[in-house]
Design a protein around this ligand. Sequence first.
Ligand SMILES: C[S@@+](CC[C@H](N)C(=O)[O-])C[C@H]1O[C@@H](n2cnc3c(N)ncnc32)[C@H](O)[C@@H]1O
Length: 222
Amino acid sequence: MGRRALRKPDPSLDLSRHLKTLDELPRPWRPEVLFGRCGPLEVEVGSGKGLFLRSAAAARPQLDLLGIEIGRKYARFAAAALAKRGLDNAVVVHGDAVRLFAEILPPTSITAVHVYFPDPWWKKRHKKRRVLRESFLCDVQRVLVPGGQFHFWTDVEEYCETTLELLAALTQLEGPFEVAQQEAEHDMDYRTYFERRTRQHGEPVYRSEFRKRLEGISKRSS
Ligand SMILES: C[S@@+](CC[C@H](N)C(=O)[O-])C[C@H]1O[C@@H](n2cnc3c(N)ncnc32)[C@H](O)[C@@H]1O
């Protein structure tokens, strides 16, 4: 599925609170620098236009959300939507999620990781570009708190199967747990824009959810 040109955000919006680059993030990691508090923090990888970030930030004000998006225009668009609505519990980082996880997020710091419709990189020689690669999945397990969740939805059956196999082989996350499809109650009642598009085209969505074990955490999962 192709992507339409993006509307430019209103230039009068101040994005300084809602848009950061990877290099602007505090090292060592101190989320309170971004959010002004230190509470439960969830990360969305590949936020695109940011529908999930703004819906979740509005629905759960007690939660902090960090979106990471490699496309600059998409990162700006998603940040502008947060700024416009005054949703100060969500921030978009422009950068590579693989680096965010490998270099910045410490162990047991994140309550949920969300990955919705990651780019499939269809060609065999391009598959190594997938965000859900071996090192990244090990980092997901490392950064989650005990009981933390990993949500992965895709419209690509092969990406789903490959990732589930990697998770079983490389991590001790429990799952996959079943995720039921919800009826949309209005035109934007979808987890993300890609879910909306996929369902409106009548195509299947493969949803999975995993959980980090509360007990018996081994060296691999620290
Ligand atoms: C197919 S789109 C899905 C967007 C959104 N999650 C949705 O479901 O509507 C995948 C998004 O992931 C972003 N992306 C791809 N690789 C990434 C990476 N390594 N780090 C951060 N974002 C990435 C792309 O720029 C794109 O916006």
